[in-house]
Structure formats: C-alpha cells, structure tokens
Design a protein around this ligand. Structure first.
Ligand code: ADP
Length: 219
C-alpha cells in the first residue's frame, strides 16, 4: 500500500519534507493557510489544499483521519501549531510529528500527545558545530542524551591497522557496526580487515567513549 502523509505548513521545513516524501514515492497532501504557498506545491504534492488547520470543521472536512502520519510544520505561530496538534489528536490521527520552536513549545506538544517533536534548526546547529570541531566526525545520530551512532573517517593514524589491532570494543566499549569504502558498505566487517585511508567507520557507543577514542587514537 502507498504511504500517505499530510504536511501542514509549507515554509522551508514543511516544503522540503513534501518534496522529499514525493521524491521517495509517497502520497502527500500539502496544506497551508496561504494561497501562494499552496499554489507553489500544487504541481509537486499529490494534493494541495488551502486551509486554516486551527479550524476544527475545516480540519475534519479534509479527511485527515485517513492518513497514517501528519507532520505539523507551522513555523513561528506557536499557538496555531499547538491548536492544530491538539485537534489532530482529537480527530484520532495515528502519528503526529511537530516542529517545535523552543523547549516550552515542546513541553506542551508532548503533553497534548505529539508522537514526535523535532527541532530542525537546533539539531542541525549541533550537528554542524560537531562537524566543525572534529575533522574526523562526518555525521552522527543521537540515540539518547549519552549514546550516538557516529561516522568517523579513517586518517593516517589508523590506516593500515585492523579492528583487532585497534581493539576498540575492549578498550573503549565502542562497537564498529559497518565500514564504508567508496560506494561499498560492509555491515559485518571482519576483525582482521585492514582499514584504508578515508574509509568511514560507523560506530555505536557512549559519547564519552567515542570522544575518548577520537582524542587518543585519531588526533
Ligand atoms: P519555516 O521556518 O519552515 O520556513 P514558516 O514560518 O515560513 O516556516 O512556515 C510556516 C507555514 O505555516 C507558513 O507557510 C504559514 O502560512 C503556515 N501556517 C501558519 N499558520 C497556519 C494555519 N493555522 N493553518 C495552516 N497553515 C498555517
């Protein structure tokens, strides 16, 4: 069955979600209160509708209940974002993802039952700062406050060594889950595999351990 989504708010964030979902083959109903925004997405989205989603009658008339996942990407208007989320919840939408402006906004969203709250600017800022600080960390995914999955580039210091030589799991408690080499990805890297310069190690572990490994071994 085709995946079906609703994106409410077609600013930069909501708009890029619509484009990516469509590129990946999903069906998307794009909604915004502003006609010019909706016009922009009429040719891209499966359906594009002008609507004020804080109006319960309007929201119900859109048949949103039948979609499996709704993304609320209303920007600065926190009140509209909260009201929309509350009503989506009341209608019985199964999964709701909401963009939060700040921690207070997030707190309210969680209280009223948003399934997922995202802070795209904050998260991207943290990601870029980490990237700037460390030349070896290419990307990372925060699993909790203390654990992450990181992509680390193999530099001259460890090129030519194997996972056994580095003994990362015993020494640092970090697991290497995959090695990327060019376009290939090896998801069960043999322990005696010699690392090559510019390979990318995908590792999972505690942030403190990954930092320790990075400082001691890579720099
Ligand atoms: P971004 O930071 O992602 O660019 P914007 O603030 O530009 O976010 O975009 C938010 C969008 O949400 C705007 O296009 C705005 O018209 C829309 N929006 C605001 N309130 C409502 C509402 N009540 N119903 C539907 N769309 C809304």
């Amino acid at each position: 069955m085709q995946k079906e989504f609703v994106v409410i708010g077609l600013g930069r964030f909501g708009g890029s979600i619509v484009r990516e979902l469509i590129d990946q083959g999903a069906d998307v109903m794009a909604v915004d209160i502003a006609t010019e925004r909706v016009d922009e997405y009429a040719a891209i989205a499966t359906q594009a509708v002008v609507a004020d989603t804080t109006d319960e009658t309007v929201l119900k008339s859109l048949g949103i209940r039948n979609f499996e996942h709704v993304i609320v990407a209303i920007g600065d208007d926190i009140q509209s974002s909260i009201l929309t989320t509350l009503m989506l919840k009341e209608i019985g939408v199964k999964k709701i993802t909401v963009k939060a402006q700040n921690d207070y906004h997030e707190k309210v969203l969680r209280k009223i039952g948003a399934d997922q709250v995202v802070h795209p600017e904050r998260d991207m800022g943290i990601r870029i700062a980490n990237n700037i600080l460390s030349q070896n960390v290419l990307d990372y995914l925060e699993l909790s406050d203390e654990h992450s999955i990181m992509e680390i580039k193999v530099n001259e210091k460890i090129a030519g060594k194997s996972l056994v030589d580095l003994d990362i799991r015993a020494r640092y408690g970090i697991n290497i889950v995959a090695i990327k080499r060019g376009n290939n990805i090896n998801v069960s890297p043999p322990a005696d595999e010699k690392l090559q310069l510019n390979d990318v190690l995908i590792m999972i572990g505690a942030d403190v351990d990954i930092n320790r490994f990075e400082k001691k071994v890579l720099s």
